[in-house]
Design a protein. Structure first.
Lengths: 447, 325
């Protein structure tokens, strides 16, 4: 008892001062792209010579690192540093980076790697380092046939992007579009497909028939598009892997604006007859056709929400072309666009939070986004003529096409693909070998 | 022999004499130790409300006139307050949906993926779940009454530095205050202004500002100190803009142990378990960006005083506003 009393007395007489820990709120940050260093992937001499024979590339390690660098740069979220500033050799950097050197050039992240030939296959190992924390963030290795080396670069880009931004990348993807050639009045239009960075371009049709609005199946390498069959526009299906194509259904009128459902099992499209146009779905397994809208107006450009529960479309039922949303069975139709001008081509974001659209107002075309209830409309880009936005699989970037104005002689016309991210600041021209329109972005190939 | 003894004794004697004469307590007069003066440190807000002579009278008169006018206006408005009509808002917006997307790490297709290494962050103790909000300090009123601290020993300053000037100032201020601005709460400051002056000088010598001094005692940062820290970290924090908005994953709390120069001694992620939870990869990404920001800003712009206050500090990084909640 006395002992406890003494302890108590000692404790209360001890002179001490206690402060609560100070807390500081940080609610802002900078929007600058993250500076990172992409070191060329190291390669041993033997493998280097082998790859030179197989791929006709001087240094495949450097080539892959350039792909990664370009991908990350075009995203607008990263600032790859110039290789001239690198102080450490690629092979040593891959083993153990000297973080002080990378810190010196202000790199916050570092990508290193090694390329080798194993059993006649390309083996690429890469590591992502946190320079400031001086630790490894990620390390992966891929093995594939040597000809797939570009895809390896895209997959590495996706992995780095995902690790540093928290969302999936969009680099290992392809874009299908309509390649256009010839004068404006006599355009030859062919289906074409390419990697998202413009490489590996291939034509899928010969250009004998007019093709329009190709759309990727979100789950497989299947494409639906519009082409003319016996002078009637019809919806087609094309398997990219096998090259086989077929007409979707046998409708008495014309079908157009096709798009896949999120599970890839249905096609939703417009069917026009007797001056009115309604939205229909067709089950690809049993070919059952279902009418979704029934209104004496023009309902077109349907697009499913990612969960398949809702459909966005545009209609002139209010007198002007506006965007509407309804349940997937056609019930509960709600108009969501109320701004000035005409709205069209609604496309639901893969994230499900936004709807991209084309807007025509006072003679100018805009690509914009709005929330699914129509609020928060943001116009991302404005031009003389542009339309047909298509989302990247992560819902962060839109690709669309833009036409230029012709001069008095009818010259100077061109149609090009452009991309823009949701900030509206990162607008880029997507390089194509010919004029291009109607792009559609595939889902991630490496899903 | 005798001769050498005599010489030795004479020299020793001389040495003793020299030593004795040169001792400080014999050679110098005792130090004039200043008398002990008790000094009261008075808190003064960053913006003072006390007018300074000789313009004080004019200012006071103007303020009085304004107050009178305002009172008149208030009386009028109180007599006939305008009616406010509430506007009815029609239409309902459907609730927002937060989509949860899966994040897979396996690369299929014809690539063969090998996971080489997976480093886990060090284990750290669990934090409190509730997030404490910082109390914002409002320093609007001057409160000179509170006695803060007594300094017992003070070196004597050079005898009465310009006493006449000081007296005049005191008089000028006090005259107006007595006449116009008499405030019982300011009595302590009025009674002995010279003490306040001394206290201010001491504080200046110690490089402590008044606001800092106050915050030292309250254990909080002043608004200026907090803003300096925030401004520094704003520049270092690269928010991952691609991060989809999810209100549950927008706050990252990090606890730092700091050295007196602001260098980071230790860093502890308070929600570290969340970082390793499957499905919380986005939170981990945000937490990584926070860690990079802290390391990039090392050393931090900490206050020059009051180390005890901020040697441990928690930063609440909230990306809600930036990522569009």
């Amino acid at each position: 008892m006395i002992k406890n009393y003494l302890i108590f007395i000692i404790l209360i007489t001890l002179p001490f001062k206690v402060f609560a820990i100070i807390e500081v709120d940080i609610t802002r940050g900078n929007l600058d792209p993250l500076p990172l260093a992409v070191s060329p992937l190291s390669i041993d001499d033997k493998s280097k010579k082998e790859f030179q024979k197989i791929l006709k590339k001087e240094n495949i390690g450097s080539e892959i690192s350039i792909i990664v660098e370009n991908n990350l740069k075009t995203s607008g979220l990263f600032d790859p540093l110039s290789k001239d500033a690198f102080l450490q050799a690629p092979d040593i950097a891959n083993l153990k980076p000297r973080f002080e050197d990378w810190n010196l050039i202000k790199a916050q992240a570092l990508i290193t790697g090694k390329v080798s030939l194993v059993d006649k296959k390309l083996r690429v190992e890469f590591r992502l380092w946190d320079v400031l924390a001086a630790k490894e963030m990620m390390a992966l290795a891929f093995t594939t046939v040597p000809n797939n080396w570009r895809r390896v670069g895209h997959i590495i880009s996706d992995k780095v992007y995902e690790r540093l931004t928290g969302e999936k990348g969009y680099f290992d993807t392809r874009i299908i579009y309509v390649a256009e050639e010839g004068p404006k009045t006599q355009r030859i239009k062919k289906l074409a497909i390419m990697d998202q960075d413009g490489f590996n371009n291939k034509f899928l049709t010969l250009g004998n028939e007019l093709v329009l609005t190709p759309r990727f199946n979100p789950t497989s390498q299947m494409v639906t598009y519009l082409s003319y069959f016996r002078n009637l526009p019809r919806v087609y299906l094309l398997d990219i892997e096998t090259g086989t194509q077929e007409v979707v259904g046998d409708f008495p009128g014309m079908t157009f604006a096709p798009r896949f459902s999120p599970d890839g099992k249905k096609i939703i499209m417009s069917f026009a007859k007797d001056g009115r146009s309604d939205i229909y779905t067709m089950d690809l397994e049993n070919r059952i056709v279902e009418k979704i809208t029934n209104h004496p107006s023009i309902d077109t450009s349907p697009s499913y929400s990612p969960d398949g529960k809702y459909i966005a479309f545009n209609s002139d039922r209010s007198g002007y072309q506006q965007i509407y949303v309804m349940n997937s069975d056609g019930s509960d139709v709600k108009r969501i666009s109320f701004g000035n001008g005409l709205y069209g081509t609604p496309v639901w974001s893969p994230r499900g939070d936004l709807i991209a659209f084309t807007k025509l107002h006072k003679g100018k075309f805009y690509i914009g986004v709005m929330r699914t209830d129509g609020s928060g409309e943001r116009l991302l880009t404005e031009n003389y003529y542009q339309e047909a936005p298509s989302w990247s699989p992560n819902g962060r970037v839109l690709i669309f096409y833009r036409e230029t104005k012709t001069n008095a002689k009818g010259e100077g016309f061109s149609a090009k693909l452009w991309s823009i991210d949701l900030t509206g600041y990162n607008e880029r021209l997507v390089s194509t070998s010919t004029d291009a329109s109607d792009p559609s972005w595939s889902s991630l190939l490496s899903n | 022999m005798n001769r050498s003894l005599i010489i030795s004794s004479v020299l020793h004697g001389a040495l003793i004499m020299i030593t004795a004469m040169s001792l400080p307590f014999l050679a110098k007069k005792p130090l004039d130790i200043p008398p002990i003066v008790s000094v009261e440190l008075i808190q003064i807000a960053e913006k003072t409300n006390i007018p300074f002579a000789p313009k004080a009278k004019k200012i006071i008169e103007k303020k009085k006139k304004k107050k009178l006018k305002e009172k008149e206006k208030k009386l009028v408005s109180e007599q006939a307050p305008p009616k406010k009509e509430k506007k009815l808002i029609s239409g309902e917006a459907p609730p927002k949906k937060v989509k949860k997307t899966q994040s897979k790490t396996v690369v299929s297709f014809d690539q063969k993926k090998e996971k080489i290494k997976n480093q886990n962050p060090e284990a750290v103790p669990l934090p409190d779940k509730k997030v404490k909000k910082i109390e914002t300090k409002k320093e609007t009123k001057q409160n000179p009454v509170k006695t803060v601290k007594k300094i017992e020993t003070i070196k004597k300053k050079k005898a009465n530095q310009s006493p006449k000037k000081a007296d005049n100032k005191v008089k000028q201020v006090s005259e107006f205050e007595k006449k116009d601005l008499f405030d019982p709460s300011n009595i302590a400051a009025l009674i002995d202004k010279s003490k306040v002056d001394d206290a201010e000088k001491i504080k200046k010598d110690d490089k402590i500002t008044q606001s800092q001094d106050k915050s030292v005692l309250t254990g909080k940062l002043t608004i200026n100190e907090e803003q300096a820290l925030q401004a520094q970290i704003f520049t270092c924090w690269s928010i991952p803009l691609g991060l989809p908005f999810n209100p549950d994953d927008m706050l990252v709390r990090i606890k730092l142990s700091l050295k007196p120069d602001g260098a980071i001694e230790d860093m502890e992620m308070l929600d570290h378990i969340k970082m390793n939870t499957p499905g919380k990869e986005r939170f981990r990404t945000l937490a990584d960006s926070v860690r990079r920001a802290i390391q990039l800003c090392n050393p931090l712009n900490v206050p020059t005083t009051g180390y005890e206050r901020w040697k441990k500090i928690i930063f609440n990084f909230n990306a809600t506003d930036m990522l569009g909640g």
